[in-house]
Design a protein around this ligand. Structure first.
Ligand code: NZQ
Ligand code: ZN
Length: 391
C-alpha cells in the first residue's frame, strides 16, 4: 500500500427530505447571506428552489439568486457569479443541482476570495489561497463533486475544459436526498452511472499490485453500481437504488476507493478534451465512448487487474487473463449500451478531424507528459480516439 493523506471534511446529511432542513443547517453555521446557485432551471420546475429559498428566509437568511450554470459550466458565467458575490457580501455559496452547478459554485467561491485570474488555477499556474465556504444540495448522482476537492470548468473562448483541485473549495456540507434524483431523464441517470464507475475504475486499474482493503471497497462500489444502476433505470422511483447510486457517487470520488493506490484520471483527461471542444457532450457519455477504447489499448500491460474486474463484474471465468480482460472490456461496452449510452465517437458526432486537435490540447502541444499504465504522446491518444471510432 502506498502512503496517502486522507482528508474528507464534508459533513453529509443523507436521507429523504433532508433538504427541508437547509435553513436550520445554514443558521447553525452562522451564515447570514447565501448565494443560491443552480443550473438551467430543473430545480424551479421540480419546486425545490421554492422550498430551499423559503427555508432559508424563514431562518432569517438573505438569499442572492444566481442560476444559469450550464452542463459543462463556463468560466465566463462563473465570473459573473463571483462579481455578484463580492458586490452582495455573500458568506456562503450554496449549489443546488448536479456537478455543473457545484463546480460553478466552487469556481465562484474561489474567484470571490482571490485577486487573480481564476483560469490560472485551472491551468495550474497558481493555487487558490482561500475561498468562500461552499455547500451543496445534490440532484444528480454522478460526479462526486459534493465531496471532492475538484472543480471542472470550461473556458469557452479557448475551447478548453480543465479541472483543478483545492481543499479550500471542498464543500463544507452536502445534503444528499436520493428522491431528488427521481426526476432525472434516463440519459442523465445513465451518464451518472458511467461516471461513478469511472471514478473508481480510474483508481482500481492502476499498476501497483493489490491493496486488499481498498480493492474490496472499490469492488463493493462497482458491483453495487451495476446492480443499483439497472434497478434505477428500470424503476426511476426506486428509492433504495437511487440511494445506493447517490452514496456510491460520493464514495467513488472522495478518495476512499483510491487510498493507497495510484490515481490516473486518464480517460477523464481524454473526455475533458471531447466535451471541452464539443460542449453538448455529456461527461458520462464521453466516458462511455473513450473508456472501452483506452482499455482495449492498454489492457495487455495490466492483464491480471483487468481480468479480476471481468471475473467480478461480468462473471467471465474462461480463458487466460488476457482473454478474460478483453471479454470484460466488451462486457463494459455492452453494459453501457444497455444503459442507452453511446459507445463510439460517431454517436457523439465527434468527427475524426477533431482527434488530432483534441490530442494536442491534451498534451499541451506535446509539452505535457502523460502516464497511466503507459506513456502517452499525441500519437497514442489519436490511436485511442480512432479505436473509439471503430466498429
Ligand atoms: O441544469 P439543470 O436545469 O439543473 O438540468 C441538469 C442538466 O441539464 C439536469 N438535472 C440535474 N439534476 C436533475 C436534472 N434534471 C432533472 N431532475 C434532476 N434531479 O441534468 C443535466 C446535467 O447536469 P450536470 O450538472 O451537468 O451533470 P453532472 O452532475 O454529470 O455534472 C457534469 C459536470 O461535472 C464535471 C463534468 O466534467 C461536467 O462538467 N465533473 C466534475 C467532477 C468534480 N468536480 O469532482 C468530477 C467529474 O469527473 C466531472 O469531470
Ligand atoms: Zn467523472
Amino acid at each position: 500500500m502506498k502512503s496517502f493523506t486522507y482528508y474528507t471534511p464534508t459533513k453529509v446529511f443523507f436521507g429523504r427530505e433532508e433538504y427541508k432542513r437547509i435553513g436550520e443547517i445554514v443558521e447553525g453555521y452562522g451564515f447570514k447571506k447565501v448565494m443560491l446557485h443552480y443550473g438551467g432551471g430543473s430545480i424551479k420546475k421540480s419546486g425545490l428552489f421554492d422550498i430551499v429559498a423559503s427555508s432559508l428566509k424563514e431562518h432569517g437568511i438573505e438569499v442572492v439568486e444566481f442560476g444559469g450554470a450550464q452542463p459543462n459550466p463556463t468560466l465566463e458565467h462563473a465570473t459573473e457569479g463571483m462579481k455578484l458575490c463580492v458586490k452582495e457580501g455573500v458568506d456562503l455559496v450554496l449549489a443546488v443541482g448536479g456537478g455543473s452547478a457545484i463546480d460553478s459554485a466552487k469556481t465562484i467561491a474561489v474567484g470571490a476570495k482571490n485577486d487573480c485570474d481564476t483560469w490560472r488555477f485551472a491551468m495550474k499556474e497558481a493555487e487558490p489561497k482561500a475561498a468562500l465556504p461552499v455547500a451543496t444540495i445534490l440532484t444528480l448522482a454522478a460526479t462526486g463533486s459534493e465531496m471532492s476537492a475538484s472543480a471542472v470548468i470550461t473556458n469557452s473562448e479557448l475551447g478548453l475544459k480543465r479541472g483543478y483541485n483545492s481543499d479550500f473549495h471542498r464543500p463544507l456540507f452536502s445534503i444528499l436526498c436520493p428522491e431528488l434524483t427521481f426526476t432525472l431523464p434516463p440519459y442523465q441517470t445513465a451518464c451518472g452511472i458511467v461516471d461513478i464507475m469511472m471514478h473508481t475504475l480510474e483508481r482500481y486499474l492502476t499498476r501497483p499490485g493489490d491493496v486488499m482493503i481498498t480493492d474490496r471497497m472499490a469492488e463493493g462500489v462497482l458491483t453495487t453500481v451495476v446492480d443499483a444502476g439497472r434497478r434505477a433505470m428500470k424503476n426511476p422511483e426506486d428509492y433504495d437504488a437511487r440511494a445506493d447510486l447517490m452514496w456510491a457517487g460520493s464514495l467513488s470520488h472522495n478518495d476512499l476507493t483510491g487510498s493507497g493506490r495510484d490515481f490516473m484520471m486518464i480517460s477523464h483527461q481524454f473526455e475533458h478534451e471531447m466535451s471541452g471542444m464539443f460542449p453538448y457532450v455529456a461527461h458520462g457519455a464521453g466516458l462511455a465512448v473513450v473508456f472501452p477504447a483506452w482499455a482495449k489499448y492498454v489492457y495487455k500491460k495490466n492483464a491480471r487487474r483487468f481480468a479480476r474486474l471481468a471475473e467480478l463484474l461480468w462473471s467471465i471465468t474462461e480463458g487466460s487473463d488476457e482473454e478474460k480482460a478483453y471479454k470484460g472490456i466488451l462486457a463494459f461496452e455492452n453494459f453501457f449500451r444497455e444503459l442507452g449510452m453511446p459507445v463510439r465517437m460517431k454517436e457523439l458526432n465527434i468527427p475524426a478531424s477533431a482527434f488530432a486537435p483534441m490530442a494536442a490540447k491534451c498534451t499541451a502541444n506535446g509539452t505535457k507528459k502523460l502516464n497511466a499504465i503507459i506513456d502517452y504522446t499525441d500519437k497514442e491518444i489519436i490511436e485511442i480516439f480512432e479505436l473509439a471510432d471503430r466498429d
